[in-house]
Design a protein around this ligand. Sequence first.
Ligand SMILES: Cc1cc2nc3c(=O)[nH]c(=O)nc-3n(C[C@H](O)[C@H](O)[C@H](O)COP(=O)(O)OP(=O)(O)OC[C@H]3O[C@@H](n4cnc5c(N)ncnc54)[C@H](O)[C@@H]3O)c2cc1C
Length: 487
Amino acid sequence: MGKPTGFLEYNRELPKTKAPKDRIINYKEFYLGFSNKKTERQAARCMDCGTPFCHSACPLGNNIPEFNDMVYQENWKKAYEILSTTNNFPEFTGRVCPAPCEASCVLGIIKPQITIEHIEKAIIEKAFNQGWLTPQTPQYRTGKKVAIIGSGPTGLAAASQLNKAGHNVTVYEKDDRLGGLLRYGIPDFKLEKHIIDRRIELMENEGIIFKTNSYVGENVKIEELLNLYDAILLSGGTSVARDLNIKGRSTKGVHFALEFLIPQNKRNAGDKIDISEDIDATGKDVFVIGGGDTGSDCVGTSIRQNAKSVTMIELLPKPSLERNENNPWPEWPNILRTSSSHNEGGKRLWSVLTKEFISNKKGELQALKIVDIKWSKNNKNKWKYTEIESSIREVKCDIALISIGFAHAKHEGMINQLGVEIENNGNIKSNCYQTNKDKIFVAGDMRIGQSLIVRAISEGREVAKSIDIYLMRESTLESKNTSIFEV
Ligand SMILES: Cc1cc2nc3c(=O)[nH]c(=O)nc-3n(C[C@H](O)[C@H](O)[C@H](O)COP(=O)(O)OP(=O)(O)OC[C@H]3O[C@@H](n4cnc5c(N)ncnc54)[C@H](O)[C@@H]3O)c2cc1C
């Protein structure tokens, strides 16, 4: 696939980005242009490796060597057709996927891997620009009605697939806008929101009905949905954030990451933010507790808000720059990751434990008590840490943003009212995506716990197939294991 000698002739190259100082003045995406010719050369590097590990590493099973080959051959339309067979929303994954495909690219053993994520984005953007995406309405309607609760990537992918199968699909969303964490979570500088609007418009024209401000279990009654629909999909995500229940947690100035990120996304959309919801990092010393992707989004947002200082602290030790020997290719590499936000400024500290939020007399946050820790294995070979007492210190802090992950879906309301079974870890229990209740299905973060957009899309596609089979006894919808060459 691609050009047999391409990987010898061309080096890995990605679009350049605006310099940090130029991009932090607004919330826009910051990649500069890249010609088709250059992308075709990148696709030419795909080297007909025989066993494309990239394909199996992708939760969607994207046919990567096949679309690379088409791009190399300048047949972009065919590349789009191949890509859209497995991925409903390459415009999202092409922007914000951590790209497990690239981590397992065979070329990556000896040289920098293929720029798969960029090629995917280039294909879908060309497809939109050329007008290749037109509303695809099903040839016939089955007369079956499906309600989808939650409009994140899981719900959107399921809606798209079920509509394709001819069912009448209505998506209920509690927020005022559609998209789940794509809309209210991921900052605009990673994903501008007109990208979501463009897709939703297409889906509406395909016949899918979207109802915003519709909070199932609150202002939309469960009984109403049970009466109206032949199947119901729960795709409400994991909204219960993991907390840091240490001394001073209720101090003013200590927030969950999303309490900080959502108002900024709304402000970018032109909304006026209620003063009670607004958290402004301007001129403040900010600590982001948790070194993952959500934390990194808080760093980039704090920098754009002109924080005086931004420090990210992580409990785990600093990862190495290279894979270590018990984490070989093609596994996901547990190495140090530096996001675009990290490149924009701020400090990163590892092996640091937060012990207390310290307030002033007005109850406002003024410092964090932190301590360095040392990791070692105990006699059962389990990792444990010990505090280095001499390192206990207070650091000045006005805003602390807790970004240590999400526990599970909210159970109060819809979940408890439905009486669906819950796993020990708080996720909703399922068997082939079906809950213990007739006609109620579950998918996405609500089923598997906090995850990735690419997995959410995959979950949406797989649950759609299960629902289709439940409604029709059989299904022609694709799933991960059906490649375009089999259907
Ligand atoms: C800050 C942040 C940044 C992230 N960045 C990335 C990234 O860069 N790359 C990546 O791959 N992943 C990222 N993720 C993870 C990714 O966003 C999620 O895994 C994905 O969005 C999960 O999709 P979902 O559809 O299952 O749930 P969600 O996206 O959470 O959507 C669930 C939707 O259901 C709605 N809902 C819930 N209950 C109800 C109800 N009762 N009635 C009506 N509506 C309801 C919610 O309002 C929400 O809109 C990030 C997550 C966060 C928090």
